[in-house]
Design a protein around this ligand. Structure first.
Ligand SMILES: C[S@@+](CC[C@H](N)C(=O)[O-])C[C@H]1O[C@@H](n2cnc3c(N)ncnc32)[C@H](O)[C@@H]1O
Length: 346
């Protein structure tokens, strides 16, 4: 009974939250439509889901999420967006930034961040803006805006999609002494997933790596007070960890921003640092064929948002990449606009 009550309370909270982000999504769409009225319309060749279909899939994700809460897989999250005043301030800042982002879109400007301090030490594929965002991954402002932008884009479902990784994670570590495990989140960004792990498994040591110092600083702020969390700057292509040192590696929303050959190097690193029997839990965008009736939506995405490697990612075979790295596929499922892939190192 208490679990059912928890599930309903969680669903109600998430419905409110989704409403807030749906409102922001609608409003940003209107503003960008006005600012971009002179831009040509992209007509995808594949099928595009109706709003109703999208809402149904979003509803399915929220239901899976609530069932996980009911089943005790993870608790209903606390403070997942930070304090309300900060949320509102950041939403306002996102709107204030839209004209600049639209100017870059019209100019087809994707690499202006290459002239920022520190950019020359970073890989070329990284030193770009994604989604025409101001500052790419190289500024504090970008790090502050990232989460409200991502949640707005995904209709408030980004955190719920990330939480899908918690079920396979908990299956991997169930019954083990959690104080002596090691979980590594590769490309942890602003630390939202690490916060979910820390709320679910407070004594498990979790490390997060990312190339972006401003994003790591934002993660530090967001995760302040969480014990057992360590953050460090590192390139996913050469992780600073010993062979066979990690029980679980997670990686969320990274691969679609990497060139094909880099995806393969990063997968090789996952396999290298995992202990035998260790798990990889991977989440990223749906790919062509995962939801054939969504293919046109995926195809249109890079036309609207600067995503230099997304088109290639859509047709790449993620499970084959992991198989080539000697990681054995265990499970895979769609979660709204994302897919979850779970692999095991033999
Ligand atoms: C789309 S964000 C995803 C962040 C986070 N995992 C999330 O769930 O929001 C991609 C992240 O990958 C990081 N990144 C990109 N290339 C990287 C690389 N080669 N090594 C480490 N981090 C990288 C970026 O700095 C950024 O924080």
């Amino acid at each position: 009974m208490a679990d059912q009550f928890g599930m309903v309370a969680h669903l109600a909270g998430q419905a409110l939250r989704t409403g807030w982000y749906l409102g922001l999504h609608e409003a940003t769409d209107r503003v960008t439509d006005v600012l971009g009225r002179d831009l040509p319309r992209y007509r995808p060749s594949g099928p595009v889901p109706s709003t109703r279909q999208l809402m149904q899939d979003l509803g399915k994700l929220l239901l899976m999420d609530a069932q996980n809460v009911r089943d005790g897989v993870y608790p209903s999250p606390e403070g997942e967006d930070g304090p309300l005043f900060r949320q509102v301030r950041r939403a306002v800042a996102m709107f204030a930034d839209l004209p600049e982002a639209m100017r870059r879109r019209k100019a087809g400007e994707g690499a202006e961040v290459a002239s920022l301090p520190g950019a020359s030490e970073l890989p070329d594929y990284f030193v770009q803006n994604f989604h025409y965002q101001s500052g790419g991954y190289l500024t504090d402002k970008s790090a502050r805006l990232y989460d409200v932008q991502v949640e707005t884009l995904f209709l408030g479902a980004a955190n719920a999609m990330r939480r899908q990784a918690l079920r396979p994670l908990s299956e991997a570590i169930r019954g083990r002494d959690q104080r002596h495990l090691s979980i590594l989140d590769v490309a942890c960004g602003t630390g939202r997933f690490i916060d979910q792990v820390a709320q679910t498994f407070p004594v498990v040591p979790v490390k997060g790596v990312d190339l972006s110092l401003p994003y790591l600083s934002e993660a530090h702020r967001f995760l302040a007070g969480r014990r057992c969390v360590e953050l460090l700057q590192a390139n996913a292509e050469s992780l600073p960890f010993a062979d066979e040192s990690q029980d679980v590696v997670t990686c969320i929303f990274l691969f679609h921003e990497l060139p094909a050959e880099v995806r393969r190097r990063v997968a090789g690193e996952f396999a290298r640092v995992l202990k035998p029997g260790g798990r990889l839990v991977f989440i990223d965008s749906l790919q062509f064929g995962d939801r054939p009736d969504f293919d046109g939506l995926l195809e249109a995405f890079p036309a609207k948002f600067h995503e230099p490697y997304y088109e290639n990612y859509l047709g790449d075979d993620v499970e084959m990449i992991f198989a080539d790295a000697n990681l054995v596929s265990m499970a895979s499922w769609n979660a709204f606009l994302s897919k979850v892939v779970v692999c095991r190192k033999p």
